[in-house]
Design a protein around this ligand. Structure first.
Ligand code: EPZ
Length: 420
């Protein structure tokens, strides 16, 4: 295992290029199970999670290779219907092979992903949607065993206690593409990653109306064909570099992101006194000397993303006054608070709220990465802090940030890896 060392409090400068979106790539790679023909997916980020999805596709009987940032998925014999615990438990995104397997093979046995440090994370909405399409579902020894003689179109409402679900929408949508008749998904997730999945499915021959909205209407087709496709830029990676620039008051040029996917963040930063400017596909920040505290509430898209909450909290730790974060997607996603305390932050948690009293400066410290985005928050804190920060269990960062250390070094940061 390796740890990431950061010598903080240095000015950063330069340009960083945003990679393809992890959370778009994962369901799109799973969607290749819907066809026997070859699929070529470009701009796939090289990350632990995309490697896990390649392994999973191979374990299901596909030939799946990554060359540069291009993934080629081809058939080599018959498809298997079992997604094993070892692969699904390391990455929840693996659960989105359930819909495609069921649509293609009429049966699937997929391990339940279990909980994780960001919360309980149930799959009831996935199962509700697939059941509505005519699937018999049983839970056996930690696996979802799903069978459907014929999937048939229906109307299903996928809103849950915390709003729409991204991967439940992906699973039901993919299953519906090969169902008989028309399926309407009400309260569908409208994240750009789901929109990107819809475009990929359309490129494969699927018939989907309402792309990008909370109401998806799918007319089932008999078969889907292969397709070539480009993954969208990663809005969470882009947001992380924007927050890193804001927190370190740096002049960084962020290239290749979709500004339109970042409005909730841009608006919040504007309220704090930081203007985010987009010119010719390059994002830059204009900083004001004194930042203003704000309140941030996470919501499904187009609301403020939970996947930027930890990174925003790091910025708030040095913002004068009292800032508040309310977590409405994963009410327990606050494990990073304890680590930020170790660096001198003043944060109090009350239920799903975090109350942050700005301090003058953070100090470097050894800290523990607990999940991907919490770790990204600690990287930002480490870059702002005086002295040396050691981020243990840095493999969490490798799940979602391509070439993080190289990109940071390219901006002039002093970061390096050491063996634990
Ligand atoms: C996706 O997870 C992302 N993962 C997560 O990214 C992201 O945090 C999350 O969406 C929210 O934006 C991928 O795309 C691979 P949800 P997903 O179902 O789809 C509840 C990252 O760091 N819920 O939209 O699993 C759930 O508990 C990660 O890149 C149910 O109640 O999230 C949560 O409160 C981590 N029942 C809310 O809905 C269900 O059946 C939204 O979760 C499903 C979800």
């Amino acid at each position: 295992m390796e740890k990431l060392i950061i010598e903080g409090n240095r000015p950063l400068k330069g340009e960083v290029e945003i990679s393809g979106s992890k959370n778009a790539a994962l369901p799109i790679m799973a969607a290749t199970l819907l066809t026997d023909e070859p699929c070529i997916i470009r701009r796939v980020p090289k990350l632990r999670d995309t490697m896990t999805m390649l392994k999973l596709l191979r374990s299901l009987g596909k030939r799946a290779e990554l060359s540069g940032h291009e993934v080629i998925v081809e058939s080599k014999g018959s498809l298997r219907h079992v997604a094993e615990y070892q692969l699904v438990s390391t990455m929840r995104g693996s659960f989105c092979v359930l819909g495609p397997l069921l649509a293609k093979l009429h049966k699937a046995r997929v391990s339940l992903p279990g909980g994780c440090v960001i919360g309980v994370r149930p799959v009831d909405l996935h199962l509700k949607g697939l059941h509505a399409l005519g699937t018999k579902i049983e839970i056996e020894n930690g696996y979802v065993v799903a069978t459907a003689k014929n999937l048939r179109g229906t109307s299903v409402y996928l809103g849950g206690v915390f709003g729409s679900s991204v991967l439940a929408t992906a699973n039901v949508l993919m299953a519906a593409t090969l169902a008989k008749g028309q399926t309407t998904i009400e309260s569908a997730a409208c994240e750009p990653e789901i929109e990107n999945l819809c475009y990929f499915l359309q490129a494969m021959g699927a018939q989907i109306d309402g792309v990008g909205s909370h109401r998806l209407v799918v007319s089932g087709v008999k078969r889907l064909h292969g397709a070539r496709f480009d993954i969208i830029p990663d809005r969470i990676e882009a947001g992380t570099y924007i927050l890193l620039a804001a927190a370190t008051r740096s002049d960084i040029r962020i290239k290749g992101a979709h500004y339109a996917h970042l409005w909730a963040l841009v608006d919040k930063l504007d309220q704090m006194g930081i203007r985010v400017i987009n010119q010719n596909n390059v994002i830059r920040l204009e900083h004001q000397w004194r930042l203003k505290p704000v309140g941030v509430t996470t919501h499904p898209y187009p609301g403020f993303p939970t996947d930027l909450q930890a990174q925003f909290m790091s910025l708030m730790t040095i913002t004068p006054g009292v800032s508040i974060i309310t977590e409405r997607v994963y009410p327990d996603r606050f494990i990073h608070i304890a680590e930020l305390h170790r660096m001198g932050a003043d944060i109090r948690r009350e239920g799903s709220n975090a109350i942050i009293q700005g301090v003058k400066v953070l100090h470097g410290a050894p800290v523990m990465a607990s999940d991907l985005r919490a770790s990204a928050g600690l990287v930002i804190a480490g870059l702002m802090a005086k002295g040396r920060t050691e981020i243990h269990r840095m493999y969490h960062l490798e799940r979602g940030y391509e070439n993080l250390d190289d990109k940071l070094m390219g901006l002039g940061a002093k970061v390096y890896r050491e063996k634990e």
